[in-house]
Design a protein around this ligand. Structure first.
Ligand SMILES: *[C@@H]1O[C@H](CO)[C@@H](O)[C@H](O)[C@H]1NC(C)=O
Ligand SMILES: *[C@@H]1O[C@H](CO)[C@@H](O)[C@H](O)[C@H]1NC(C)=O
Ligand SMILES: *[C@@H]1O[C@H](CO)[C@@H](O)[C@H](O)[C@H]1NC(C)=O
Ligand SMILES: *[C@@H]1O[C@H](CO)[C@@H](O)[C@H](O)[C@H]1NC(C)=O
Ligand SMILES: *[C@@H]1O[C@H](CO)[C@@H](O)[C@H](O)[C@H]1NC(C)=O
Length: 432
């Protein structure tokens, strides 16, 4: 058992005690970047949508239905009134400044129509823009309902090279996991970079999780606390930003992925104008790594690099950068997402604060689904410190120094991970 094919025998041990969660099969597709955006994903979607006895198609529908409901609840003045169609149309018009994004939405709409599921490009633009729209909602979904605990954990370990961990957490979890595949992005028939992508998104609003072998890897985390984060941005102001051609999270990430070096990618992520706030987590092949915090209100980016001595609020050593959904200068306990951050930091620095944790310990920590000691009863906000959360779609390890991404280290979960009660304090190795 210990020499299980994937070498992840400790993971098997970990899930023994709870409802078994396993891995979805990871389907891999090629996308040719030369293809015009409207048709870029046609072949992938035509193959993928009818798969698994219709469950994939159903998962697309369920996801859009749930996102629409969330928008109606969280921004009722915009989406749950007589002006809904008008607002949808205004948003679609603002997308004119994003011709590729518009064309991709039209392509997705057409692909769904070929399966006899009808979503207009305008309706898709609205629901797929849910994340930046939530960022202008008066109520932060992370502080209070009705939406659940969307979150992500990205981190960088400098130990040998840089290992980049990524927990992709979003909702609705089960259908989104059903729609997630691996995409190899090709140019002139050569693979440029490879990503894990929920295909319910189009590129512009995608939560990028990508690696460009021998160059860098990138993941994007939400910086979403409603108006608190976006300084009371109105819908009109949001439309102005979209219409100005400022970049959506996926657009800036795509620009960065087209770069050929870490430095070039970093420069783009720091400088291109953005529509909304986000965290970009970037790892290079020569010990480089940084968390880039972007502000939707056009304040300058904050760059927090590996090895920098910037004092932090949570004891992160220079060989580690953990990013959840809270600014790194906000101390533990103050708001949402600090428990998850603190738990990961403590697990990795428990016994050897000076020496970097091992790669194995780093990966193990991503499978910890127990709450942090003392936080097990937290409900509002609900972050209990568990890393593998009820909303975790995938757990991914990216190593930009590899010739080829090792996707046996990309775990796409087939069922909702369950949060367990805390373990003993020295439970870093609880999985073994
Ligand atoms: C890929 O990852 C698996 C799991 O960690 C490991 O067993 C395997 O050796 C890796 N393959 C390569 C080529 O590094
Ligand atoms: C939308 O508005 C209608 C009528 O005011 C109300 O009955 C319904 O509950 C609202 N839906 C949501 C999701 O808030
Ligand atoms: C932008 O928002 C941040 C909070 O995320 C705030 O500290 C900053 O002052 C704002 N900048 C501008 C130009 O409004
Ligand atoms: C945003 O609006 C809220 C509620 O109206 C107010 O309490 C807060 O001070 C405002 N924040 C900013 C940055 O303007
Ligand atoms: C959490 O709730 C359980 C059950 O009520 C209780 O036994 C436990 O002491 C609580 N833990 C904390 C840290 O409050």
């Amino acid at each position: 058992m210990r020499s299980a094919a994937l070498g992840f025998w400790w993971l098997l041990a970990a899930v023994e005690g709870q409802a078994p969660i396993g891995r979805h099969e990871l389907l891999e597709y090629d996308v040719h970047m030369e293809t015009e955006p409207m048709r870029r994903y046609s072949k992938v979607l035509d193959d993928f949508l009818p798969k698994r006895e219709g469950r994939v198609l159903q998962a697309f529908q369920e996801t859009y239905k749930e996102w629409k409901t969330v928008l109606e609840v969280i921004l009722p003045s915009l989406w749950n009134g007589t002006e809904m169609l008008q607002n949808q149309q205004r948003l679609w018009q603002a997308f004119e400044a994003h011709p590729e994004a518009r064309a991709e939405l039209q392509g997705l709409s057409a692909a769904l129509a070929r399966q006899e599921r009808h979503f207009t490009p305008q309706a898709l633009a609205m629901v797929i823009s849910m994340y930046p729209l939530l960022n202008i909602a008066p109520k932060a979904t992370t502080d209070a309902g009705p939406s659940g605990p969307s979150a992500c954990t990205s981190s960088l370990l400098l130990s040998g090279g840089v290992l980049h961990g990524r927990s992709l957490d979003y909702e609705p979890r089960d259908p989104m996991a059903e729609t997630t595949v691996v995409i190899r992005h090709r140019l002139k028939d050569k693979v440029q970079y490879t990503c894990l992508q929920p295909l319910v998104y189009t590129t512009a609003l995608q939560w990028f999780t990508c690696v460009r072998p021998k160059a860098f890897s990138l993941s994007v985390n939400a910086r979403a606390r409603g108006i608190h984060m976006e300084s009371n941005t109105s819908f009109d102001e949001f439309l102005r930003r979209v219409g100005s051609g400022a970049y959506f999270l996926g657009e800036i990430a795509e620009k960065a992925m087209a770069a050929t070096s870490y430095e070039e990618a970093l420069a783009l992520l720091v400088s291109l104008p953005v529509v909304s706030s986000n965290y970009f987590i970037l790892a290079g092949t020569h010990g480089q790594g940084a968390i880039i915090t972007r502000f939707g209100n056009s304040s300058a980016a904050d760059v927090w690099s590996l090895k920098s001595s910037t004092s932090t609020s949570d004891g992160q050593p220079p060989w580690l950068r953990v990013q959840t959904n809270v600014d790194h200068w906000v101390p533990f306990g103050e708001t949402y997402a600090t428990h998850r951050r603190q738990h990961l930091v403590e697990m990795l620095t428990a016994e050897k604060r000076r020496a970097p944790a091992s790669r194995e310990d780093f990966m193990k920590a991503y499978f910890v689904s127990n709450a942090m000691k003392g936080s097990e009863n937290r409900t509002s906000p609900e972050d209990t410190g568990a890393i593998l959360r009820p909303t975790t779609i995938a757990t991914v390890f990216l190593d930009p120094s590899e010739e080829e991404p090792n996707i046996s280290r990309w775990f796409l979960w087939n069922a909702t991970p369950k949060v367990l009660p805390p373990q003993s304090p020295n439970s870093v190795g609880l999985l073994v």
